[in-house]
Structure formats: structure tokens, C-alpha cells
Ligand binder design. Structure first.
Ligand SMILES: [Mg+2]
Length: 380
């Protein structure tokens, strides 16, 4: 049967969901990463596999991020197994918008688990209908996006060496992790990085809420020669009054990440004078909510960074990449995190070409999950 006829035949048929499986995986990182004072060696992620009665499978992924979403991996698995799977199982995937609404009513918060299930539903429906993830949601407005690379080593020499190696791969957008060392050292590092990479590379910094007000003010006062594009989440997320005061003290745009979990958070940060924000599927609770958040951010004149969470594989990163081609702007860059993994669970591994990444072609997310790899890295 010609492809068009095959799709037409499928459109009239329900996409009845036979099974919903939550799989916990521990994916090895290329090098240990220090975050919030702890060293992590594996990415502990939830993988969701949804199978329809005709055998077609849809896949989704969400990183566990206890310090960002409050979700631990065992809790995410339980959320899918005990609450979300019963909502979806036996239903028609074509009613996915209704299912997403039902899941939100059935389970407060748990945004990572809900995002992985919604993404898997999108992947399943896209594959069945022969439609890309982007087209399923209204279409892309750009063909490719410029990825950024995260930098945060013990020494400035290592930071510069890493940036230069990645520039050879085509990266021209770097985010420096700050809020960890002495402020003076972080200012010196940012200025040394600017000298090393030259004027054409975009540099920004992310404190992950690690500064208090005096340290944030000191960093902003000293870092001007580094020509940063913005500073993300300088203060803890609840300190909106501090953010508003900081905004008035500096010309550098200030962003929010840990503080953004809802449309109400976006409104509050816009009112406090934030210049932009970082949107992540696991914080907002899925693709549809992320698109609504991006529309509101654009409406409020905020810049947008689209980010996967360190470290989602090419499966989770594909969802973020598709969304980055669809949002009104991705002017604060796109963070894809499969690049920090030693081994991936999906193909094609998303590659950077001439400084840009294009979403994989093909229906749904456009990536094929390697089930053997998923089972290999599965943990109980
Ligand atoms: Mg951040």
C-alpha cells in the first residue's frame, strides 16, 4: 500500500494503548559532575515505553532532579506505575490532549513523570499517523538550533581547554557554572574565558541559585569585561524581591530556571524584571505545557533558553530539540544533554553540524530507542 493510503487507513482506527511501562535507568556520564555539592557519575532517568495494540511503541524520558523538581527516580517510577499508567492504559492515543489533562488532575506536581508519559504518547501517535513531533504540535518555525555547552571544571585552564575543544566541534555558545567558588575567582575565570574564546562566541553564566545577594551583586559588578549575554538564576528561586533589586542594579539581563515551574512563575518573574528564562520539560510537566510557557514568555518579552536536564539521552534531548524549533524564540540557546553521556540509548545520536543541530527526520520524535541498551542500564 502507498504510504499516503496506509496513513489514511490508520487515521480512522483507534490507537488503543496496550501497555505503559516505567523503566528506571542509570546512564554512565563521560566524566563525574559536581552539582549542589554532590558528585554524580550516572544520569538516573525514567524511561517510559507505551505500546499500542498493533505493536507500535512510543518512548519518553525524564531525568530525576530532586533539587529542581523534587522528584526522585523511585518516586517517578511509582507515579507512572500506580497513577499515570492506569489513566492511559486501554485508552485511544488520539485523545492524548484529554489524557494529558486527566493525568494532571490525577497527580499533582510530579512534572517529570507526567512529561515522560506525555512525550511517549506524542511519539506513539506521531509514529502511527506518520507525523513528526513538531507537526503534531503545530509545526516548526526554524530548521535548526544553536546548542550551548556547559562549562564547570575545578580550574580555569581546564575550562578554557574544554571550550576550545568544543569550539573545534562547532560550539559557539557556552554557559559557565558559577555560584560555587570564590566570587573573585569566578569573575577572573569569566574574563579569562572571554580572552581565550574571542569576541564572537556567546558566553553566559548560571549560578543555580548559589549566590546570596552580596555575592551576586559583587559578581555582576566585576564581570562586565567578560561580555556575558546573561546571568541565570543568581539567587535562590524564592527570593523574587532580591531579584527585582538586583535587576535595578545591573545592565546585564538576569534569567530564571529553578524558579520557573508554571505560568504563574513566569508572570511573577516578568514582574520582577527578569530578562529571560530557562524552560525544561521536566519542570513544566510536558510538551504542551512547555509550549504554553514559551508563548507566555514571548508575550511578556522574555528571552528563552530551552534545556534538557543533565543528562537526558538522545531520546529526551530529541523532545527538547523539537520544541526548540517550535517556540517563538530560543535566543538564550538550547541545552542538549546527551553529549555528557558515555553511552546513549537512542539513535541517531543528535549531532552538531556547522554549529547547529537539526531534529532527526521521521515520525514521532524521530529517534529509534535501542531496547537492549535500555535493559542493559536498567536499575531496580
Ligand atoms: Mg540553569
Amino acid at each position: 500500500m502507498p504510504l499516503d493510503d496506509a496513513i489514511a487507513a490508520r487515521l480512522g482506527r483507534p490507537i488503543k494503548i496496550r501497555s505503559v511501562e516505567a523503566i528506571a535507568v542509570a546512564l554512565p556520564l563521560t566524566k563525574p559532575m559536581k552539582m549542589a555539592g554532590v558528585e554524580i557519575r550516572t544520569a538516573d532517568n525514567l524511561v517510559v515505553r507505551i505500546e499500542a495494540e498493533d505493536g507500535t511503541c512510543g518512548w519518553g524520558e525524564a531525568a530525576s532532579a530532586p533539587t529542581m523538581t523534587g522528584d526522585t527516580l523511585p518516586a517517578m517510577v511509582a507515579a507512572v506505575r500506580d497513577v499515570l499508567a492506569p489513566v492511559v492504559k486501554g485508552q485511544d492515543g488520539r485523545g492524548r490532549a484529554k489524557l494529558v489533562q486527566k493525568m494532571a488532575h490525577a497527580l499533582h506536581a510530579n512534572t517529570g513523570a507526567r512529561s515522560a508519559v506525555e512525550t511517549a504518547l506524542d511519539d506513539l501517535v506521531g509514529r502511527t499517523l506518520g507525523v513528526t513531533f513538531a507537526d503534531l504540535h503545530g509545526g516548526a518555525v526554524r530548521d535548526a538550533v544553536e546548542p550551548m555547552w556547559l562549562i564547570g571544571n575545578p580550574t580555569v585552564e581546564e575550562d578554557i581547554a574544554e571550550a576550545k575543544a568544543r569550539m573545534a566541534d562547532g560550539y559557539a555558545f557556552f554557559k559557565l557554572k558559577v555560584g560555587v567558588k570564590r566570587v573573585e575567582q569566578e569573575i577572573d575565570t569569566a574574563i579569562a574565558m572571554r580572552k581565550a574564546v574571542g569576541p564572537d562566541v556567546t558566553l553566559c553564566a548560571d549560578a543555580n541559585g548559589g549566590f546570596d545577594y552580596p555575592r551576586a551583586a559583587k559578581f555582576l559588578a566585576g564581570v562586565a569585561p567578560a561580555g556575558l549575554a546573561f546571568l541565570e538564576q543568581p539567587l535562590p528561586p524564592e527570593n523574587l524581591a532580591g531579584l527585582a533589586r538586583l535587576v535595578r542594579s545591573t545592565a546585564l539581563p538576569l534569567g530564571a530556571d529553578e524558579g520557573i515551574h508554571s505560568l504563574a512563575d513566569i508572570e511573577a518573574h516578568a514582574a520582577a524584571g527578569a530578562g529571560g528564562l530557562s524552560l525544561k520539560l521536566i519542570k513544566l510537566g510536558g510538551p504542551a505545557a512547555t509550549l504554553r510557557a514559551a508563548a507566555l514568555a514571548a508575550h511578556r518579552g522574555l528571552s528563552i533558553n530551552l534545556a534538557a536536564k543533565v543528562s537526558e539521552s538522545s531520546l529526551g534531548s530529541a523532545g527538547t530539540l523539537h520544541l526548540a524549533t517550535m517556540v517563538p524564540a530560543a535566543d538564550w540557546g538550547v541545552s542538549l544533554t546527551h553529549v555528557y553521556l558515555a553511552e546513549d540509548i537512542a539513535k541517531p545520536v543528535l549531532r552538531i553540524v556547522d554549529g547547529k543541530v537539526k531534529p532527526p527526520l521521521g515520525p514521532g520524535l524521530g529517534v529509534e530507542v535501542d531496547e537492549a541498551a535500555v535493559r542493559k542500564f536498567a536499575v531496580t
